[in-house]
Design a protein around this ligand. Structure first.
Ligand SMILES: [Ca+2]
Length: 604
């Protein structure tokens, strides 16, 4: 099935005539859907995107539908629009007709990002001050360190629902599995949600030795997955189904599509893997160089950068023939998995077209953190050999397990340094595309800084819903710490954050402060030595030239900004001798025999 690029025109959200038409369309769709193959996928043939225009189209009336596609562990360069060789024509078209960010930042791991994105509040106030597995002794049971999304915050889903939106969620939740922490309790009317940090993409099965089982909830009820499950297809199907159920009542919808892809295990339908067999035989060094060259052409990255060798990866040429064969297929599976995501984005847009909602739907494409360099199969080889088919032939298919290690994670994060979990750019800088030609600029790439907690206030402003002022009903909640970036999206300003505004971040001792062109940062082991360093990160995104000595005043000011931030969010610093790996072992012992009712493992 192909979809046609839409043309944005001014239209009323729903006149009576439209509603009648919608009902007929809906009936046709239900009939059509019953005859559709489960494996129906949109074409991934690349249509040439329309010429970008630096202006918005006419404005529709009424609040927009809002859809977030959150990808897991997808690196800065993985979409075609960001320099990749992976075919993502549908996502690229959204970028070509929307606002593409080259300088968007998120938290370096899953659950802190998710809590901030959905509330607009800093992770030390949402309950995700640290992740439960690696929580330091002095942080346990402290406010802000609950280890799940606490009731001290209110979600954008709740606020939109209060304002008359339908609210849907499908995919990975990872913000708590107690009854009052489920998506159904946090503003989502309809939801199908995975509780753990990840899971098999082909069946209801754990992917980590520390979980016995993975849990899914439909609303408040625990549920099981169908036999023909493939995670990306399934979540998009479920969102379409939810939208279909409520069609015709005149309400807009908010849909949070929280994909398991591209998190381990790497799994993709065979036809997608086959497309990339052979593509990666040239190795990570060459693919990374080509991605960087395309980023320079696209104006996403400064020219002339000299990327360091990928941390933890051997030069491709030094690998044995057999190692190269296995490594090349790992990346082929990763690429196939991402093309399957793109095809589903296209399939979803085709559905919006069919129901007449494409013009008035804002679509966000974003990742929750940088690429993952970890290789669980090397850490627990016996467990994986026992529970999965680890053969080359099976790789990517049902029953298999694969991850892709630091070499390819370095490619995903091209040209940035380090990975998910670090406060370096490779952990925190990820793709963000916002597409809504009716009211936002079209075909614009912005190098303005934006941060994960900006998303909720931005969505609220576009929906015309006032941000709360620290209370929800009779409940006192934390005020939003992020900032609406609507004026940037609409081309009224070039920057969303003032040059002297500091935006700070901390997780497990790794931390960063962004201000203007500068970034102060430190990484805890295993990524760094805990020392603060200062970079002009806009021109030095690889963080190579430490300005601590040459810019002492700026260094002191930014450290002071971090101190202010730590006070504002009641941050509890990890002790000097803290090491997340030894803390993990300690906490495993601490939790042995304890019922983990609220504290879902957040290892990620
Ligand atoms: Ca993630």
């Amino acid at each position: 099935m192909r979809w046609v690029p839409w043309i944005s025109t001014a239209s009323n959200r729903k006149g009576k005539k439209d509603m009648h038409r919608t009902l007929i369309l809906l009936a046709l769709l239900i009939i059509a859907a019953s005859g559709c193959s489960k494996k129906e996928r949109a074409s991934t043939e690349a249509d040439t995107p329309p010429e970008p225009e630096g202006q918005t189209a006419a404005k529709p009336d009424g609040p927009p539908n809002i859809v977030i596609f959150l990808l897991d562990d997808t690196g800065y360069s993985d979409f075609g629009a960001y320099g990749s060789e992976i075919k993502t024509p549908n996502i690229d078209r959204l970028a070509a007709n929307g606002v593409q960010f080259s300088n968007y930042h998120t938290a370096a791991t899953c659950s802190p990002t998710r809590s901030m994105m959905l509330t607009g509040v800093d992770n030390h106030l949402t309950g995700m001050g640290n992740m439960i597995e690696i929580m330091a002794d002095n942080q346990f049971d402290q406010p802000g360190y609950e280890g799940y999304m606490s009731n001290q915050v209110v979600t954008v889903a709740t606020l939109l629902k209060d304002a008359g939106y339908h609210t849907y969620m499908a995919g990975k939740w990872h913000l708590g599995k107690a009854k009052d922490s489920l998506p159904a309790a946090r503003g989502f009317e309809r939801s199908i949600a995975l509780m753990e940090s990840g899971a098999d993409n082909w069946e209801q099965k754990t992917y980590l030795p520390m979980y016995d089982f993975v849990h899914f909830y439909e609303g408040f009820e625990e549920t099981t997955l169908p036999d023909d499950f493939y995670s990306t297809d399934y979540y998009v199907d479920r969102i379409k189904e939810y939208i279909g159920k409520d069609r015709g009542d005149g309400k807009p919808f908010f849909a949070y599509v929280s994909l398991q892809a591209q998190h381990y295990p790497l799994h993709a339908p065979k036809e997608y893997i086959d497309k990339y067999m052979g593509v990666y035989d040239v190795g990570w060094d060459e693919i990374r160089a080509k991605r960087y060259a395309r980023q320079v052409e696209k104006g996403l990255m400064p020219a002339g950068l000299k990327p360091s060798p990928i941390a933890g990866a051997q030069p491709w040429k030094s690998l044995s023939k057999e190692e190269r064969r296995v490594r090349a297929k790992q990346m082929a599976v990763y690429a196939g998995m991402l093309e399957a995501v793109d095809a589903n984005v296209g399939r979803f847009i085709a559905y919006l077209e069919e129901i007449g909602e494409a013009d008035n739907t804002m679509i966000l494409i974003v990742s929750d953190n940088g690429a993952d360099n970890n290789e669980q199969d090397k850490a627990f080889p016996e467990w994986y050999a026992k529970n999965f088919d680890m053969s080359y032939e099976a790789m990517g298919l049902k029953g298999s397990y694969a991850n892709y290690g630091p070499g390819w994670a370095g490619v995903s994060d091209t040209p940035l340094n380090l990975f998910k979990g670090s406060a370096s750019e490779g952990g925190m800088r990820v793709p963000l595309i916002m597409h809504y030609p009716a009211r936002l600029q079209r075909g614009v790439t912005t190098n303005a800084f934006a941060y994960v907690s900006d998303i909720t206030p931005t969505l609220l402003e576009l929906a015309g819903v006032p941000a709360h002022q620290g209370s929800h009903g009779d409940r006192k909640v934390h005020e939003i710490t992020g900032k609406s970036i609507v004026s940037l999206l609409q081309g009224e300003t070039k920057q969303a954050h003032e040059p002297n505004d500091a935006v700070a971040y901390e997780l497990a001792g790794s931390a960063a402060v962004f201000r203007g062109d500068y970034k102060l940062m430190r990484n805890n082991p295993p990524f760094g030595d805990k020392k603060w360093r200062l970079y002009r990160y806009t021109t030095d995104p690889l963080e190579l030239d430490d300005l601590t000595k040459s810019e002492p005043k700026l260094f002191a000011e930014m450290k002071a900004a971090y101190k202010d931030y730590a006070k504002e969010v009641s941050l509890i610093e990890v002790p000097d001798d803290y090491n997340p790996l030894t803390q993990l072992q300690k906490n495993v012992k601490r939790n042995q025999g304890k019922e983990q009712t609220k504290k879902v493992p957040m290892l990620d």
